[in-house]
Design a protein around this ligand. Sequence first.
Ligand code: ARG
Length: 460
Amino acid sequence: KEGKLWGGRFEESVTDAVERFTESISFDKELYKQDIMGSRAHAIMLAEQGLISGSDKNNILQGLEEIERCIENGDFIWRTDREDVHMNIEAALTDMIGEPAKKLHTARSRNDQVLTDFRLWCRDAIDRIIKHIKHLQVSLVTLALKNEGLIVPGYTHLQRAQPVLLQHHLLAYVEQLERDAGRLVDCRARLNFCPLGACALAGTGLPIDRFMTSNALGFTAPLRNSIDAVSDRDFVLEFLSANSIIAIHLSRLGEEWVLWASEEFGFITPSDSVSTGSSIMPQKKNPDPMELVRGKSARVIGDLVTLLTLCKGLPHAYNRDLQEDKEPVFDSVKTISGMLEVSAEFALNITLNRRRIEKALPAGHLDATTLADYLVKKGIPFRTSHDIVGRSVALCVSKNCQLQDLNLDELSSIATVFDEDVYEFLGAENAVNKFCSYGSTGSACVANQLNYWVSKLEIN
Ligand code: ARG
């Protein structure tokens, strides 16, 4: 009971175990800045509305400023018996300035307070993540610019399919990241509404101005429905869903780079600065950062699943369960930020092994589909072309050679339509040069894509 802001109706204090179990200060102190920001806006509004005096307001604002300084200097003592960040700050303010502090919680509940803090925090976090995304996009485009003209095998089913420009391959990730950023922008716009003034759940009979606080805090408008305001967590579900999709994209990138760094592929060599060794095998140089990018995607997905599960059975309005919403969000933001940062670092520290890739390129008949297009241009129906090229590939397999190694007699024995000009379509390089559809891997199309990103991302 001693020192509790809600102690009035209680005769006994909570047990130590309950106190330890129910506290959130150990993690929600992360919200201190937003909490002070919200209290400032609330105090100013209370004074404007004549609910507190101008001098009380000034005392509150000065006290809050002092508390913020104290926290930032590391001098603030966070007390578990004061439960959470809201009551720690309010009680410290009371210790510091006395009576006026007791008016700050007028027409406010921790239920609307915590959501105001949390929405403000998520808004900032989204802005930070979007910056990380942009940086990774720039790093991928930079890697693409360093490797002009490099052709790599394109895969489907992880089997060799068609030749593509490395730039094209990398820009596919840049596109995905752009949509990832777009999802966060959408989420930010949807979450940027103000719960403050919803109070416990029903609003208040006191003459507050919710539009004033909403404005002061940079929200679009106050939330329309006070019950919704304190019950809703779909803004965090949406945020963590967006993070999970980013995590999946990065995990795929990680998997690919881990494969490409293997002896079997040998497409890339990560620099020592992004590799780690083995405690037993002296020769090892491992692409651990990207393995962990792949691995940590599990945490980000887990955080989302935790929140979905947390919310699924809750009646309106606030329930204490909802205190569990914070750690998964903090973890998701920290994890996804690290994943983005390390992926960018990796992109800037890998070398594409041009010679190795070029040497490996003739295998796998990457030009077979281009050869079928050649026959279509000669007037052969595609299905027939497919069959002719299939039989040509079978001949290659039996002779252990590539399509371009077949002479015109051999090709003509399969179909008379083959002519000398067929060799302009064969080989990975010729094949790549034949692509011309919008968005394809043809060099002109890829150059257009690259120009688009260089200017959009403002890469000098
Ligand atoms: N620490 C709480 C949370 O994070 C704040 C709201 C508590 N409200 C209450 N009535 N117990 O959800």
